[in-house]
Ligand binder design. Sequence first.
Ligand code: 3H9
Length: 698
Amino acid sequence: MSEVVTYKREGAIGVITIDYPPVNALSHAVRSGLLDALSQGQADEEAKALLLVCEGRTFVAGADIREFGKPMQEPSLPSVVNAYESSDKPIVAAIHGTALGGGLELAMGCHYRVAVPGAKVGLPEVKLGLLPGAGGTQRLPRLTGARKALEMITTGNFISAEEALEAGILDEVRSEDTARAAGVVIAGDVIAQMKPPRRVRDMEEKVRADRGSDVFDEFRATLEKKSPNLFAPFRCVDAVQAATDLPFEEGVKRERELFMECMKSPQRDGLVHAFFAEREASRVPGLPRDTPVRSVDSAGIIGAGTMGGGIAMNFANVGIPVFLLEQKQEALDKGLALIRRNYESTARKGRITSQQVEERMALIRPTLSYDDFSDVDLVIEAVFENMDVKKEIFGELDRVCKAGVILASNTSTLDIDEIASATSRPEDVVGMHFFSPANVMKLLENVRGSKTSSEVQATVMKVAKRIGKVGVMVGNCYGFVGNRMLHRRGAEATALVNEGATPQQVDKVLTDFGFPMGQFAMSDLAGIDVGYRIRQERRKAGEQVAPNWMDKLAEEGRLGQKTQAGVYRYEEGSRKPVPDPAVDALIEQFRMEHGIRPRSISNDEILERCLYVMVNEGAKILDERVASRALDIDVVWIHGYGFPSYRGGPMFWADQVGLETILASIKRFRDTSGGDQWEPSALLEKLVSEKRRFSDLN
Ligand code: 3H9
């Protein structure tokens, strides 16, 4: 008998228990164990009904993702689910935590389902580039009808036990202390009432009603708008449609074919990499897991602009009181009004209640005085990018804050060590770089300075998790990981326009690749003045930063969306970028002033130059140990800059393209256009010569 699945009889109930931490994933050992336990239950004459439960924090969270890409070992999951469904003794599944993917499919193979309040169910395979491949696309519509099944399967979103009850997935939600206890009650009823096995595959009513429905084309049209580049969601629709069009056995065959197509897709590779990379990033090399952390029960934010306000919301959202400081009452009022508008808009969408709006607003305490920061556990400075101003602020914080406070800067480019030098406690100073809009974007780039203590590093990684962010620890250098690479891409995109491309062409190449917006639409969103101010700072510091046509935009007051004009123009109240002939003229003028004769530039050249320049910089970042692993860079780009997760992040994508191909192009660009951005990274050259990949360094 497998150790991870056990069979034990309690009275007339044969209890099958899965115990395979952390999430009871359906590994080979679990699948075999499930079949063995089922056989025992069948053979046990005293057992009148069987009960499937899980130990630990959750019911089964799905197939074992770590087995993907390896040869499949029998028994397969579909055969296990079929065996459970075919059992002539009734089987009850009792759910706590999350029943996800193959876990929910297994539960749907059982004959009765109960959950405790707080449990959730879902078929999230699509988020890994897959579709439910153990009968889920055939059984779920039989329980819920096609529309609900399509909603769940194409989004991968989880639903609550109560919603699952209403949708027909569960038979009951019961408030016993444990799922097992709830299951015992239901199994007892089944025995007492001599209920037979009730097989979902035999439920035809709902799928018959949905045969020929328009709902499938409706979902395809929505996907075409929302995620036209994704492979799996369209296959999900095909599979659910097969449930309505075909008899069960044939529908399952169709599901299998579609599942295998998804399994082979490079998008599945990219998404699975992204899943594990996100989790791996939380384990920082060199920072032992048992590093002590400080408690953070209050925070202070300096700057109530869009950034500071967004950061404050993150803390209020999880119940942490936060002071929000500004120099002038007017700025404070404006900042708070913006926060309220954001919350109210979320409430209008039904995601929070109006009571929650008030509770969260009450946690954000406006102030004009640093004295209010004397007792907080964490301070995050979020003022504009100017070293002198930041140093002055940190000097002030050093004077007013208690010992043990963490002093963080949200700087996106500046030297953390220099900021820390304005205090007497550089070990407590760290970068916490949020991404705009800070209440939405998932990334938190935590930046360690040369003196930041391990305790402070471990604490800010923990804070990231607590406020629902994906934290990545990076080293201190100009622009850290994300912006350092972004600036390279931005400079290259700007140069491509100098040479003859249009901003629209560059942006379209990037959105076709899968970015939610192009380089220039993004500059308009962030504000043209942000990049301009950074370039001016660098020029002031004596660095060679060539003039470009984007400077001219800033000087003309075209600051982006906020002035309804930047690289694009914007209609009143709209965020849709509209090409502007005035900008074409400005670019033309710039070319003339610099003696540039525009040429026609291919989309391939645009893509290669915009992305290979990032890969080269990423390799330098790795070589300098600013990022510990290639996967950290991938996570930064997926969660901070909208790099398509189905491509796995820039370094994973580079591995897929082939490092040799990329290096050859980098050398070609160096030879044709020069510039230190095209100096090949020594690490990249080394990897190519050793026939290794970035992922070998993870
Ligand atoms: C599927 O089922 C296909 C079938 O339809 C068809 C087959 C034929 N496998 O996220 P956490 C690990 S596809 C292996 O930090 P949380 C995870 O890596 C699957 N490992 O915790 C981490 O390990 P570590 C469909 C898994 O509480 C640890 O568990 N299912 C799996 O924030 C804790 O995870 C899914 O897509 C897995 N399936 O969230 C569910 N899941 O500690 C994916 C987790 O070493 N999982 N691990 O870093 C999740 O959404 C979340 O992990 C979950 C817990 C909500 C379960």
